[in-house]
Ligand binder design. Structure first.
Ligand code: GLV
Ligand code: MG
Length: 335
């Protein structure tokens, strides 16, 4: 049976069989726009040319007094622009807030045909996805929305992390999951006051060497959760994303955090500031040298089996598959 996802699922890499050869959409950065601010809405036509996804944010960072304005601003921005190949997403308020029901009903009834994905915050279990799934089914039928709207969950509570696999499998509408490090830090009782990234106190020290000081290496606070999220997503044919990086001035640290998540399997990250757009574009596109090496592996093993030596390193069926991941991504980025 064909599920709604089968018609336009945006993932090929690592996806289970029926979705493997479907057209994919590159989503290296999900760019956040605060839609209640007119000056920001005015930048959308320009943004559409630069980013893979434009997201109108209605949740955190939008003051409670501006929620209705943000919702109306998003609807206006969706009506005013032709998004072409660029994705149009919104992050709605959380399920137990006073705004969620109006967010969904007003947006789907007015611009449901233009909306690709709803990002749902603070998802704790499959029941949250079931609720939104049914609500969307009703509204799509009522307003004759032609293509199913997908759901992207934010993983940002301890309970959500516990239930991540069930969340991924909760509906054929599931598009993917983003790590929400700020809310997750609070939910877990971590001792930080940051939006994503590392912390100078979370580190390892090298051994003391004769006549030298120790070296200090900061560790990735998010390594475990990203790996867990990637496994759950890939097992269900979904995409995993790193979320926000709040220190806009520290471009190097932003790049390092995005890079770690890319190497662990994430397909993109959020950009909250224009300077983060190019970082995400660079990081989530494979490097030329990596692609060249991957192509050499594919060429050396045309049927993907056996073992060959390239530059003194053994390549076999498993490295052929790794090489294919990189070459497939390079093709999608180039398309
Ligand atoms: C994002 O929503 C986060 O909490 O990090
Ligand atoms: Mg959050």
């Amino acid at each position: 049976m064909k599920t709604p996802r089968a018609f336009f699922k945006p993932l090929a890499i690592g996806a289970p069989e029926p979705f493997k050869e479907l057209p994919t959409r590159v989503e290296r950065m999900i760019h956040f726009v605060p839609p209640h601010i007119e000056k920001m809405r005015a930048k959308v036509p320009d943004l559409i040319k630069k980013v893979d996804v434009v997201l109108g944010n209605l949740e955190d960072a939008i003051p409670a007094d501006n929620k209705e304005e943000a919702r109306a601003g998003f609807i206006q921005m969706a009506k005013d622009n032709d998004f072409g190949e660029t994705g149009l997403w919104t992050r709605v308020n959380c399920l137990n807030s006073p705004w969620l029901l109006d967010d969904i009903t007003e947006i789907v009834s007015q611009v449901g045909d233009k909306l690709d994905v709803i990002m749902l915050p603070k998802v704790e279990g499959p029941w949250d996805i079931h609720y939104l799934d049914q609500l969307l089914a009703q509204l799509e039928a009522k307003h004759d929305v032609k293509k199913p709207i997908l759901i992207h969950a934010i993983l940002e509570t301890a309970e959500g992390v516990n239930n991540v696999e069930a969340i991924c499998g909760a509906s054929p509408r599931m598009h993917g999951i983003s790590l929400g490090p700020a809310d997750l830090a609070a939910s877990r009782g971590m001792k930080t006051t940051r939006v994503g990234g590392g912390h100078p106190g979370y580190r390892v020290l090298s051994d003391m060497e004769e006549g030298k000081t120790r070296s200090i290496y900061q560790q990735d606070l998010w390594h475990f959760t990203i790996a867990k999220m990637v496994d759950a997503c890939m097992a269900h044919g979904l995409k995993a994303f790193y979320g926000p990086f709040g220190d806009f001035a520290d471009l190097e640290a932003c790049e390092a955090q995005f890079q770690n998540s890319f190497l662990l399997g994430c397909m993109g990250a959020w950009s909250l500031h224009p300077t983060q757009i190019d970082i995400a574009k660079r990081v989530f596109s494979p490097e030329v040298d990596e692609v060249k090496m991957a192509l050499r592996i594919l060429e050396a093993m045309p049927d993907g089996t056996g073992a060959v030596m390239i530059d003194g390193k053994m390549q076999d069926d498993a490295t052929w598959k790794q090489a294919k991941v990189i070459v497939d991504l390079a093709k999608q980025v180039a398309a």
